[in-house]
Design a protein around this ligand. Structure first.
Ligand code: KIV
Ligand code: NA
Length: 262
């Protein structure tokens, strides 16, 4: 069974971590058996499962429902669940209350979006037994503040801020950092300067691991696919084979290529 220690060891031994989003039990079993290390119950389910145009309408109850289903389907994989929009930003106490429900549903770690304003929350949860993954860069719950889904950390000032935020979360006790849509060079710098595993999506090849939204990796999302995603069904005869190809490309370091990076 994959635990926090296993994941930390993978970083130390430079073995890449393969992660995919997962929202239900049948896929949980399939991904688990294909060797996916981490199953993320992402609030991207608001788009892939519910058909919304953002992750904002997703509720904590829905996240718990999907986490419960995924946890029941998985045997070995590490279970990471997103805190939904509005379920943790108000206070660290609110965050603990919400995170404890995800943990009770079967999560092994929770993910929250946000830089310096979330650092106190990270330490509050970590000190009380809930491992935290800090999601930085393009944080989709802030799409309205960003004015669209855009690459982050492009200016020198923004890059320095992102490095500082990642370090602050690690010092506060974050067990993992997820970088979305940031320049590959910046992600590399953060990966080498932090001790916890760094997972990237649209963050280049140098991260300790990669994640994709399952529906993007299978080429079945009806909306626009982001530049960093890849359809692993191409050339494969089954979903199992496509997922195995994803795991292989992540582990051997051939995904993402420059075409899938910024
Ligand atoms: O919700 C999600 O799928 C995510 C990934 C994009 C990292 O947070
Ligand atoms: Na998410």
């Amino acid at each position: 069974m994959i635990t926090l220690s296993t994941l930390q060891k993978k970083k130390t031994e430079q073995e890449k971590i393969a992660m995919l989003t997962c929202y239900e039990a049948s896929f949980a079993t399939l991904l688990d058996e294909a060797g996916v290390d981490i199953l993320l119950i992402g609030d991207s389910l608001g788009m892939t499962i519910q058909g919304h145009t953002s992750t904002l309408p997703v509720t904590l109850e829905q996240m718990c429902y999907h986490t419960d289903a995924v946890a029941r389907g998985a045997k070995n994989a590490f279970i990471l669940a997103d805190l939904s929009f509005g379920s943790y930003q108000q206070s660290k106490e609110q965050a603990f209350d919400s995170a404890s429900k995800l943990m009770a549903a079967g999560a092994h770690m929770v993910k929250l979006e946000g830089g310096s304003c979330m650092v106190e929350t990270t330490s509050f949860l970590q000190e009380r037994g809930i491992p935290v993954c800090a999601h930085l860069g393009l944080t989709p719950q802030s799409v309205n503040a960003f004015g669209g889904y855009k690459v982050q950390g492009k200016t020198d000032a923004a890059a320095r801020q992102l490095i500082a935020d990642a370090q602050a979360h690690e010092h506060a006790g974050a067990s993992m950092v997820l970088l979305e849509c940031v320049p590959a060079e910046l992600a590399k710098e953060i990966t080498t300067s932090l001790e916890c595993p760094i997972i990237g999506i649209g963050a280049g090849i140098s991260c300790d691991g990669q994640v994709l939204v399952l529906h993007d990796a299978l080429g079945i999302y009806a909306g626009k696919s982001p530049k960093f995603s890849k359809n692993f069904m191409q050339g494969q005869i089954s979903i199992q084979a496509a997922v195995a190809a994803y795991v292989k490309e992540v582990k051997e370091g051939s995904f993402p290529s420059l075409d899938h990076s910024f």
